[in-house]
Design a protein around this ligand. Structure first.
Ligand SMILES: NC(=O)c1ccc[n+]([C@@H]2O[C@H](COP(=O)([O-])OP(=O)(O)OC[C@H]3O[C@@H](n4cnc5c(N)ncnc54)[C@H](O)[C@@H]3O)[C@@H](O)[C@H]2O)c1
Length: 398
């Protein structure tokens, strides 16, 4: 494919193409927010599942830059074809450059994390290179999962449980004007709820840990975290008390089971409850765009980005800082979001907002730039009039 001008087209929060230069730039911008590597020490070996976007990308970048991690990242991205590649493809190319600069032996694998063949491939690679794994960060957000052992495919849905739920939500018109709408989500059926737990619950995370143990790859003091979210009462009907919330409860139950099993190697398994962030996964949730825009209006720069939270995550995982656990044993990186004063201010705005005041009461410009930034658009410093070659290769194994 020849170089061409790449523009944002698509519907709602889904764009069809990604801008390579913008995606590269968004990764370099993240690097700039990670305090430099503390000197010395043996480099930890880490496996990040979901390394190309959102919290998994942030954990990979923070781990590389701050702790010089060796290891591997797994993501599932579409290569360039008639359309550009997905944004995560280009961000992975940029993250590979971050690894090279950090002197890290870090490989990126583009494959379905749910497949046993992927587990074989990735763990063989880690066994050959390092003979152990010290950390596993599980940060997958997927619309479906095929279970290789049964051949069944499960779809995840974002729905309330028990009763329909109507929420206000933020959308953008074709010309970028913010619009306040109401949407009603019907409750999930039992099968839909159970399938969502199959996709977003802890089963696959647990299989990765089993696969590591079977291959004797669990390093002494091995630690694993799977990402979770609690969020506000304003979104609980659709999130925490809905189908995804049920999957998160399963993830937390899985963490407790894994934690017991890992005690034999002095290991730990935890969920890490992170704050709200604009990601491809979160923009699919009704009401979240409005909620996050209000949260940003209340907090400004005190809204902690995924990479800032990931720096704190690594400091706690490596023992550089004490674990900040709640009474249910969950690692909490979201206290800034759930601070009662912050939540009260967001709730006031949520109640007061009208179609006429949306642009003043919520930080809609920030939100729009964030969501377009997920595809490499609206990234400051990028000249979008310049043609760019989207036909780039996935990083080769070093
Ligand atoms: N976004 C938020 O507000 C938020 C807040 C707290 C916790 N979390 C949690 O963080 C985790 C990641 O969510 P996100 O918002 O960063 O998502 P995201 O959409 O930004 O990223 C998802 C990642 O998963 C990878 N992936 C998807 N399907 C895959 C598959 N089959 N095999 C391998 N990789 C696959 C993608 O390539 C990508 O790297 C989820 O558990 C989510 O619940 C998100």
């Amino acid at each position: 494919m020849a170089a061409r001008v790449v523009s944002p087209t698509g519907r709602g929060f889904l764009l069809l193409d990604a801008h390579p230069t913008g995606c590269f730039r968004s990764v370099t911008d993240m690097v700039a927010r990670v305090p430099a590597v503390p000197a010395g020490g043996e480099r930890p070996v880490a496996l990040v599942i979901g390394s190309s976007a959102g919290y998994g990308l942030a954990a990979t970048v923070a781990g590389l830059r701050r702790h010089g991690i060796h290891g591997a990242g797994v993501a599932f991205e579409r290569p360039p074809g008639r359309r550009t590649a997905t944004a995560g493809w280009y961000r992975t190319i940029a993250t590979d450059a971050v690894a090279a600069e950090a002197g890290s032996d870090f490989t990126f694998v583009n494959a379905d994390a749910f497949a046993d063949t992927t587990k074989d491939e990735v763990l063989e690679l880690l066994a050959k290179r390092f003979g152990r794994v010290d950390f596993l960060v599980y940060s997958v957000a997927a619309p479906r999962r095929s279970d290789p052992r049964t051949g069944e495919t499960y779809q995840s849905v974002i729905k309330p449980l028990g009763a329909a739920h109507t929420t206000r939500t933020l959308e953008f018109d074709g010309d970028g004007t913010p619009v306040l709408r109401e949407v009603t989500a019907q409750p999930a059926g039992e099968a839909e709820a159970a399938d969502t737990v199959r996709v977003m619950g802890g089963e696959d995370w647990s299989r990765w840990i089993d696969a590591l143990r079977e291959r004797r790859l669990l390093g002494d003091g091995f630690r694993t975290v799977a990402l979770s979210y609690i969020g506000s009462g304003l979104t609980s009907a659709i999130y925490r008390d809905g189908t995804i919330g049920a999957a998160k409860l399963h993830l937390e139950q899985t963490a407790r089971e894994l934690d017991e099993r890992l005690a034999a190697v002095g290991g730990r398994a935890l969920t890490s409850v992170n704050g709200a962030a604009v990601t491809q996964a979160s923009t699919a949730i009704p009401g979240i765009a409005l909620y996050v825009s209000l949260l940003r209006a209340v907090l400004g720069d005190a809204l902690q980005s995924p990479v800032e939270q990931s720096v704190r995550l690594w400091d706690q995982l490596t023992g550089a800082a004490p674990l900040d656990l709640d009474e249910q044993g969950r690692l909490r990186l979201d206290r800034w979001e759930l601070d009662p004063a912050v939540q009260a201010a967001v709730a006031d705005r949520w109640r007061a907002i009208t179609p006429d005041t949306i642009a003043e009461v919520a930080d809609v410009d920030w939100f729009r730039a964030q969501f377009r930034g997920l595809y490499g658009f609206d990234v400051p410093g990028v000249d979008y009039a310049q043609p760019v070659d989207p036909d780039l290769e996935w990083p080769a194994q070093r």
